[in-house]
Design a protein around this ligand. Structure first.
Ligand code: HEC
Ligand SMILES: [Cu+2]
Length: 362
C-alpha cells in the first residue's frame, strides 16, 4: 500500500491573493503583447508595413505556431500523466524505471530536427534583411547623441530626424555613428540594427504605402536615449523627387525689417553657427565653424520641412509646435537632459525672433 502525501491546506491569508495572482499575471501579459489590438500602436512589429518587416512577421508566426504545437504536446503529456497515473484508492504503484534509451534518443533527436528546420528560414531571413538590393536608393544614417542624421549621397542632401523615402522602393541605409553605439529601429519597416562608430552596417527598408512610420534608437546610448526617436515619411515617388530637388536648393534669406530677419541676426550673433549650418547659397552660407565636431547639431537649412525636431522627440503629444520650440531654445538640456546644445541664455524676445526665422527655413 502506497503512502499518501497529505498537504496541509494553505494558510487562509494567501487564499484571496492566490485567487487573483493568476488572472492578473495573464492580464498583464496579454496587455503587454499586442494580442489585444491597440489601434495605431506606433512601434508595433506585428503590423508590418513593408516587405522586410513582413518577412520578420512571417518568420515570427511560423516559429510561434511550431512552439505553440510543442507547448500543447508537452503540456498535454504532463496533464495526461498527472491524470492517468494519479494516486487512487486501491491502485498499485506504477512500475518504477530508471532511464529509457529509446525515449531519451527520441526527445533529443526530435527537438534537434525541429531546430534544424527552424534554422533554415531563420538564417535565410537574417541574411536577407541586411543585404541591400541592387536597385535600392542609398541613404547614409549617422547616429548622434541623441538624434539621427540622414545624408543622400547621390544628391548631396543632408537632413535630420525625418527620413524621407519614396513609397514602394527599397532604401538601403548605410549606417554609422559619430559617438557611441546606437541602433536604428523602425519596426513597421524592418528589425533593429546596431549603428556602430567606425563601422558601416546595412539595413534595407521599404514602405508599401505613403505614410509616417515611427522608430526609436534601440540601444541604450546615454542620458536622453529615451528621447532619441526616428521618423520615416514615405511619400509617392514623384513627390520624393520633388522633395529632393527642393532640399538641394538653398534657403531664401528673410527680408530686412521682418521679425524673421531679426531672428537670423540672433542666429548669427549668438554662437549658433558654431554648431549649425544654414545654406543660403554660394554667397551667404553659414557653415558650422568646426564641421567635424561631435557636438555639432542638425543642418538647419530646411528645418521647417521637418514636423518634428531634437531627435524627433519634440513636439511631444499635446504640446503645440511653437511652444515646443520655445521650450527647446530656452533651455535645451532641460528639455532634453544631457543635450549638447547648451542653454545660451536667450531672452524671450530673441526666442520669438528665432522662431519666426526658423519657420522660414522650408
Ligand atoms: C554647442 C553646439 C550648439 C550650439 C552653439 C547651438 N546648437 Fe542647436 N543643436 C545642437 C545639437 C547637438 C542639437 C541636437 C540636439 C538633440 O537633438 O539632442 C541642436 C538642435 C537644434 C535645433 C533642433 C534641430 C532639429 O532639426 O532637430 C534647433 C532649432 C537649434 N538647435 C537651434 C539653435 C539655435 C537657434 C542656436 C543659437 C541660439 C543653437 N541651436 C546653438 C548644438 C548646438
Ligand atoms: Cu541612441
Amino acid at each position: 500500500m502506497m503512502r499518501r502525501m497529505v498537504h496541509p491546506p494553505p494558510p487562509p491569508r494567501w487564499g484571496l491573493l492566490s485567487r487573483w495572482v493568476g488572472p492578473v499575471l495573464v492580464g498583464l501579459t496579454l496587455a503587454s503583447c499586442s494580442l489585444v489590438d491597440i489601434p495605431d500602436a506606433p512601434l508595433d512589429s506585428l503590423e508590418p508595413a513593408g516587405p522586410f518587416a513582413r518577412q520578420i512577421d512571417d518568420l515570427f508566426w511560423l516559429v510561434f505556431w511550431i512552439a505553440a504545437g510543442i507547448f500543447v504536446v508537452v503540456q498535454g503529456g504532463i496533464l495526461a500523466a498527472v491524470f492517468l497515473f494519479r494516486d487512487r484508492e486501491g491502485r498499485r504503484e506504477p512500475k518504477q524505471i530508471h532511464g529509457s534509451p529509446k525515449l531519451e534518443v527520441a526527445w533529443t533527436v526530435v527537438p534537434a530536427l525541429i531546430l534544424a528546420v527552424i534554422a533554415v528560414p531563420t538564417l535565410r531571413t537574417l541574411f536577407d534583411l541586411t543585404e541591400c538590393g541592387e536597385d535600392a536608393i542609398t541613404v547614409e544614417v549617422i547616429g548622434h547623441q541623441w538624434w539621427f542624421e540622414y545624408r543622400y549621397p547621390d544628391s548631396g542632401v543632408e537632413t535630420a530626424n525625418v527620413l524621407v523615402i519614396p513609397a514602394g522602393r527599397e532604401v538601403c541605409l548605410e549606417m554609422t555613428s559619430d559617438d557611441v553605439i546606437h541602433s536604428f529601429w523602425v519596426p513597421k519597416l524592418n528589425g533593429k540594427r546596431d549603428v556602430v562608430p567606425g563601422q558601416t552596417t546595412l539595413l534595407r527598408i521599404q514602405a508599401d504605402q505613403p505614410g509616417l512610420y515611427w522608430g526609436h534608437c534601440a540601444e541604450f546610448c546615454g542620458l536622453s536615449h529615451s528621447l532619441m526617436r526616428a521618423r520615416v515619411r514615405a511619400v509617392p515617388p514623384a513627390e520624393f523627387e520633388a522633395w529632393l530637388a527642393a532640399q538641394q536648393q538653398p534657403a531664401t534669406p528673410p527680408e530686412e525689417g521682418t521679425q524673421a530677419y531679426q531672428g537670423l541676426q540672433v542666429f548669427l550673433n549668438r554662437g549658433c553657427t558654431q554648431c549649425h549650418t544654414v545654406d543660403y547659397g554660394p554667397d551667404s552660407s553659414f557653415t558650422n565653424i568646426v564641421p567635424e565636431e561631435a557636438f555639432n547639431g542638425p543642418n538647419l537649412t530646411h528645418f521647417a520641412d521637418r514636423e518634428v525636431f531634437a531627435g524627433a522627440a519634440f513636439p511631444y503629444e499635446g504640446l503645440p509646435y511653437d511652444e515646443a520650440l520655445r521650450q527647446w531654445l530656452a533651455d535645451p538640456p532641460k528639455a532634453k537632459p544631457g543635450s549638447f546644445m547648451p542653454d545660451l541664455g536667450l531672452t524671450a524676445a530673441e526666442i520669438e525672433d528665432l522662431i519666426a526665422w526658423l519657420k522660414t527655413l522650408e
